[in-house]
Ligand binder design. Structure first.
Ligand SMILES: [Zn+2]
Length: 605
């Protein structure tokens, strides 16, 4: 569903005279053509259904009603017959037109692209362009083949003797290629160029390629090779380097949708826009795939008696999530409505929608909302007015950061779903996680919030701090902290450090300190302490090493306090949600947690 460009098939591929649908003024050639069957070599039983031919310039028989006509799959019926119908491949058509005009045609062309974008159709169009002689038989190669001359007709019907089609998938061997190489030497029977169309050319064996190479290097002037492949990277460089390469693009979903709409119109089939949008999305850029889905959908519609290709029915057919459901899901995610979310998921699952499809649907919506936010107008391909409106609404209500996070979380859930033993459970968990996380502030706000929380407990334990280590003697004259500070200020930094890190006060009164040392301190601190205290207070202190453990050192207290605050923070719902959303997140101190990006956009709606 991420077609990147428009593509083949005009919007209104009104079947031209050469199609065998509506020969309004049957000429002899047309009638012959009709007799030859339908256009691309498909033996045409419908030829029989055509207006009784030839004898009189009979009044144009109205095309027989569709029901009477033998059914022909849409993909064949609506193959592009001119480059104009191949819209979306403009760069290729332009290059080709220039080459034809300047008579600088490559000897070999390579058409690449995903399946169903029109590689072989393009090859046939090129064959026509090169061999068209115009209605008067005088024309030269043209980007606009007439579609009426004998070569054009013959090529369209796959019966031109000088246009040889080969499927490399079933002719991989060197012998098959050798046949071609032999035949290449003889000039074209009737056409200007002898043209070899080799489909799925990457399937040729290495030997076959080698055999072909010589011919590709110095092909006779009257020979053109048209290769088509889905996997150009499997071709030997030696071959690639001798081809003019055209990359056919995936077809944009919107364009596909419009194309299908025009076909439905020509077929006299009613179809809901949303249904066509779903088909276009499912086709993933391939006209052929899309048209076969459309074929099925039309068949279903006929069976149901309504004759309308309806969204609901296509959805069932494709096992797709309803677009309105995905909007509801999206809304429930944003609103934090867990019960509604679970109910929607369960309901869709019961309807046969794959859990992973649900996630995809929500991802698609997120993508659209994001595009709408960035580019305006992009939501225009919404299937319905309601969807369009909803997307626009979200695009203006949500912040870029929020959408980005939604996408990340959904993508993560999507990945998990693929390995989860129970996709339904995984989908529920993933969506709930998204729901919790989507309600979070952006990093800037989170940081501010953390600051707030951090400053609050800092005040409370500060009072509790003196009380909590209850055994600390209430300082009469100077508290221990103040003493340490004084020692520090007296320039006894090393001693102050010992006092902070290692000394556990058992009893403190002016001029008298009972203390113990925290585990890990080696040696006797008494001399240092005495000196430090003397310098700091001008007094000689009585020091006494006690057996009791005493109060925690200042450092221990600071550590404990930080830990408590962190715990308190971790318990706050906000932070819990953050950890749920980013399990790999780390908890860092408030000082570190203050990112420079303070003010993103406000991201609550
Ligand atoms: Zn022609």
């Amino acid at each position: 569903m991420i077609g990147d460009s428009p593509d083949m098939f005009g919007n209104d591929p009104a079947p031209e005279g050469e199609t065998d649908e509506t020969p309004s003024q049957p000429t002899a050639a047309e009638l012959e053509a009709a007799g030859q069957g339908s256009m691309f070599g498909e033996p045409g039983p419908e030829a029989a259904a055509l207006p009784e031919p030839a004898t009189a310039p009979a009044p144009p028989a109205p095309p027989p009603p569709a029901a009477v006509q033998p059914y022909r799959v849409l993909a064949r019926k609506y193959r592009p017959q001119t480059f104009a119908q191949l819209i979306g491949q403009e760069p290729m058509v332009q290059t080709l037109a220039n080459a034809i005009r300047r008579d600088r045609l490559a000897h070999a062309f390579l058409m690449t692209g995903v399946r169903g974008v029109g590689k072989t159709s393009t090859a046939r169009l090129i064959a026509k362009a090169l061999n068209c002689i115009g209605p008067d038989g005088q024309g030269g190669p043209t980007i606009d083949p007439c579609g009426q001359c004998e070569p054009c007709l013959a090529i369209a019907e796959g019966r031109h003797i000088d246009v040889i089609e080969m499927d490399a998938a079933s002719h991989t061997g060197v012998d098959d290629v050798r046949e071609i190489i032999e035949a290449v030497r003889y000039s074209a029977v009737s056409a200007r160029y002898k043209i070899y169309i080799i489909d799925e050319v990457h399937m040729l064996s290495r030997n076959a390629f080698n055999a072909l190479l010589k011919t590709l290097e110095e092909p006779p002037a009257h020979v053109k090779f048209l290769f088509a492949t889905t996997e150009a990277d499997k071709l030997p460089v030696t071959v690639l380097s001798r081809c003019q390469r055209f990359d056919l693009r995936r077809i944009d979903t919107r364009l596909l949708s419009r194309h299908f709409a025009s076909i439905c119109e020509q077929e006299g089939v009613q179809a809901e826009d949303e249904a066509l949008a779903m088909i276009a999305a499912a086709a993933e850029g391939s006209v052929r795939d899309g048209l076969s889905i459309l074929d099925q959908a039309i068949a279903h519609a006929d069976m149901d008696g309504e004759g309308v290709v309806a969204a609901a029915q296509v959805r069932d057919m494709l096992g797709l999530a309803d677009r309105s459901v995905r909007r509801k899901l999206f809304a429930a995610l944003l609103a934090g409505d867990g019960p509604q979310l679970l109910e929607l998921v369960a309901h869709q699952f019961a309807l046969g929608v794959e859990p992973v499809g649900l996630l995809r649907a929500v991802m698609d919506l997120t993508h659209r909302v994001t595009l709408a936010q960035v580019g305006g107008g992009q939501a225009a391909d919404a299937a319905s007015a309601e969807e369009h409106e909803a997307i626009e609404g979200w695009a203006s209500a949500l912040s870029a950061g929020q959408l980005h996070r939604l996408w990340q979380l959904l993508l993560k859930g999507h990945d998990e779903l693929r390995i989860a033993p129970d996709p339904l459970a995984a989908a529920q968990m993933a969506l709930l996680r998204v729901m919790y996380a989507v309600d979070m502030p952006d990093p800037g706000q989170l940081a501010r919030k953390l600051e707030e929380l951090a400053s609050r407990p800092a005040a409370a334990p500060a009072t509790g701090d003196a009380g909590a280590p209850a055994s600390v003697p209430a300082p009469q004259a100077l508290s221990w902290e103040e003493l340490v500070e004084r020692v520090d200020q007296a320039g006894q930094l090393r001693i102050a450090q010992i006092m902070r890190d290692w000394v556990r006060v058992v009893a403190l009164s002016p001029g008298h300190l009972r203390f113990s040392l925290a585990p890990g301190f080696s040696g006797d601190a008494s001399a240092d302490l005495r000196e430090g205290l003397l310098k700091a207070t001008g007094e000689r202190w009585m020091l006494e090493l006690a057996d009791e453990q005493g109060a925690p050192t200042l450092r221990e207290r600071a550590d404990a306090r930080r830990e408590t605050e962190a715990d308190a923070l971790r318990q706050s719902p906000l932070v819990k949600a953050a950890f749920a959303a980013f399990p790999a997140a780390e908890f860092v101190s408030e000082a570190e947690a203050r990112p420079p990006m303070r003010s993103q956009r406000n991201w609550r709606q």
